[in-house]
Design a protein around this ligand. Sequence first.
Ligand code: CTP
Length: 400
Amino acid sequence: MLEGKTVILGVTGSIAAYKAVDIASQLSRAGVKVDVVMTEKATRFVSPLSFRAITGRSVTADMFDASSELNVTHIALARAADVVAIAPATANVIAKLATGIADDVLCCMVLATNAPVVIAPAMDANMYENPVTQENVSRLKKRGFVFVGPKFGKLVSGVEGLGRFANTVEIIGVISQVLGRGGSFADRHIVVTAGGTQEFIDPVRVITNRSSGKMGYALAEAARDRGAKVTLITGPTLLTRPVGVEAIDVCTAEEMLQAVRSAISGADVLVMAAAVADYRPRTKAKEKIKKEGAGLTLELERTPDILGEVKGDFIRVGFAAESENLVENATRKLRRKNLDLIVANDITAKGSGFGVDSNRVTIIGKDGKAESLPLLHKKEVADKVLDKVAKLLTERYKER
Ligand code: CTP
């Protein structure tokens, strides 16, 4: 979604300005053309040279810079932007944008652009909570400006409050989401499950598996970046919840089933990337089980098969983690669970499967055609899977 896009990164005079260097760096690495526009006060915190070195592009900090090339004037930048992100944004700049004051190169550029504008405020909590700032923020929101943060936390003054700059992942997440608006999945609702479930033995012990949730989270983010409304039903993971996605936390297979049932009504696609436990203890001990004797036998029973139980008119995508006969086993699962697609991964392949960032998968369709992909980052795998889902959605909506 980000690759090839032009993001104008506005940097204003906040102590958090140095964090914008990381945002510029990560966007550039994702293939974005990042044109940085700085206020004069921002240049006191970070040198334009840092941004120039990171982005490999000229930085605009002075409206009257005689050496500035004609094609980087604020008007040209305003026209070239796919999105403008002001990060960090001070109370002063927010006030100027809310009232249309254009006395610096950044505010001029925002006034002149038709691109969506993302604002990540960073300031003292009292400044942010001041009614005048709140009025300015709600005015901008009404005009369609998208805010990310600020967050509650420790501020430069040493006190805790609402004013902390959102983190790089959140800001880039919101930029991606804004870029994805009106994308190929616009008006579509996708439900994704992720992570492993946990089945209780007693109040402190569980049966679970090694799923990290990374594949499901990558799918949720990729669907969001294509403009979809996304519900992510997640087992316990260490991952940060993606921004712009409704996340529902569950623990057991039974809870996941209930969450999928209520989310799926009216949805277009269900992607079951979760590693659902197939068995759970028949009973959950009320108290912590004390050790007695040399061994312990647990009696297990089957968990509900979520894909098997959830019925409805939506595209069904399953995952198959296999250690042998990949295509045959996965195709059998596809038929048994009446799926439209199954993503099979060989968990014995190097760099693939649980806990790692990459995956080597084979995607099998209802017609039995199998496409084997090379070892890819889970984000790339997510895009390949969604390319196939996009085709299925197009066919489905053509038929209606
Ligand atoms: N799945 C599910 N409910 C379960 C178990 C699995 O909906 N109780 C889903 C998984 O999320 C996955 C697909 O079914 O999308 C296949 O999961 P897998 O565990 O590999 O398949 P099983 O049918 O359980 O077969 P087996 O464990 O025998 O390989």
